[in-house]
Design a protein around this ligand. Structure first.
Ligand SMILES: *Cc1c(COP(=O)(O)O)cnc(C)c1O
Length: 432
């Protein structure tokens, strides 16, 4: 469910006209719905209510301070992947003690920072990392809370760039080796074995792979819990969202329709996983990113030109792959809608950005309403892995971001001034 939809032919985010925001703040512009963020968090919180649980929002999906504070106010913890993200949690008013620290490449400085800020847990991905954490914790005379990431070798059946739970990829420690690694970890000084963790991939649209992975993990986790007195089990993130049809999926009725059958919903996630999770009798941690933020944002862009060729109708917009890289990177789908509904009929179109790469394409040969120069369009479901993956390629400044709350809105990140792009650069003395 989300809070984007047409009212009297105009696209609204909650009770604010998206076009009014585009006119006031310029484009490209990310617009986020606070009510949607809260609703998605709450639905997962309710789904897990039969067990003791902690939701650690995977902030790499969208780490704007306004978004982060919205979730911190709901009681969310955060799944972080760098020292920078931990500092961001603190800047946003979040609680470092509710942070889990993931990632295969934690540096000594990052480990030290996380220990000083007393994070909830390090999710450890390798034996060398265990040794490094033990060493840094020893130096600081602290005990480092850790969970080891199990790679359950379950195929998440998602895009190759975002599947993580098979032996083909760099994540975690193989299921068969995990007990011996826990035994070794138990002998290391300054290590506190607090939990066990897994994460099998991103954008999973059915519950089945989660169910398979959790079922496979149960006997293992029960043994580990008994042997090492573990407090929690994290089942990771990866809950998928509906990208198509994104607009319809905002409607409560759609979720109950036959089109939505088989789609991962919090209710289905709960119905299938809670009976398994109850057997563990441990605190359950989840790390959803996309599920919370994905359908809570749109990227708004203005049409600069419409270029008709013998074969194509190209709609050239002022957003590009530097603003939203997902279509270029994962061939992903974003629903594209005019902010103002017209009567002009539909035409097969390619929506493209201005960057000199053919990959700078948001959609190909898609039947879209006729759009003309100066019109605005919104790319739906851009709230996760959108702005956070933006770059200044082509010396294009980072877009502005706005958070909507009911009838009000606020700029939560101003458009980057263009000179800031090269502010850290210098021409060396010998060239002057
Ligand atoms: C990326 C990631 C997540 C969040 O994934 P989503 O698909 O956005 O839910 C959770 N846990 C880990 C370890 C991750 O790497």
């Amino acid at each position: 469910m989300h809070q984007f939809g047409y009212k009297r032919g105009r696209l609204y985010c909650e009770q604010v006209s998206v076009e009014a925001l585009a006119k006031a703040h310029g484009t490209p512009l990310f617009v986020y719905s606070q009510a949607t963020l809260e609703d998605h968090f709450q639905k997962l919180d309710d789904a897990l209510s039969p067990v003791d649980h902690l939701i650690c929002y995977a902030m790499k999906a969208n780490s704007n301070l306004g978004v982060m504070r919205t979730l911190a106010n709901q009681g969310s913890g955060f799944d972080i992947v760098s020292g920078g993200e931990l500092l961001r949690v603190i800047a946003a008013g979040g609680d470092a003690k509710k942070c889990t620290f993931a990632g295969v490449g934690k540096t000594e400085d990052e480990i030290e920072l996380a220990l000083r800020k007393r994070i909830y847990c390090f999710n450890v991905e390798s034996e060398p990392e265990l040794q490094r954490i033990s060493k840094v914790a020893g130096r600081l005379k602290k005990n480092a809370p850790i969970a080891i990431r199990v790679n359950p070798n379950v195929d998440a059946k998602t895009h190759a760039k975002i599947t993580t739970g098979t032996y083909e990829n760099k994540f975690g420690i193989p299921y068969e080796k995990i007990e011996s690694v826990y035994r070794k970890a138990a002998k290391l000084p300054n290590i506190w074995l607090r939990g066990v963790q897994m994460h099998i991939g991103s954008q999973l649209t059915s519950v089945q792979p989660f169910e398979d992975a959790v079922a496979k993990m149960i006997p293992l986790v029960q043994r580990l819990k008994k042997r090492h007195n573990l407090e929690f089990c994290s089942i990771g993130g990866g809950l998928g969202i509906v990208y198509e049809p994104a607009l319809a999926s905002g409607d409560e009725k759609w979720w109950k329709s036959k089109d939505a059958k088989g789609i991962l919903t919090p209710a289905e996630y709960s119905r299938r996983l809670i009976p398994l999770l109850k057997q563990l009798d441990m605190r359950i941690v989840i790390e959803p990113g996309r599920f919370i933020a994905g359908n809570a944002g749109v990227l708004v862009t203005r049409v600069e030109y419409v270029k008709k060729t013998a074969h194509k109708n190209f709609v050239i917009v002022d957003a590009a792959m530097n603003d939203l890289i997902r279509p270029a990177f994962y061939e992903s789908y974003h629903e594209i809608l005019p902010l103002k509904q017209g009567k002009g009929g539909k035409i097969s179109s390619d929506v493209v950005g201005p960057i000199c790469e053919s990959g700078d394409t948001f959609c190909k040969d898609r039947l879209l309403p006729r759009i003309k120069e100066g019109d605005y369009v919104g790319m739906l479901s851009s709230g996760a892995y959108g702005f956070v993956m933006a770059s200044t390629y082509n010396s294009r400044p980072l877009a502005a971001e706005v958070l909507v709350n009911g009838k009000t809105s606020a700029v939560v990140r101003k458009r980057q001034p263009v000179k800031e792009i090269w502010a850290g650069e210098h021409v060396p003395r010998w060239l002057k």
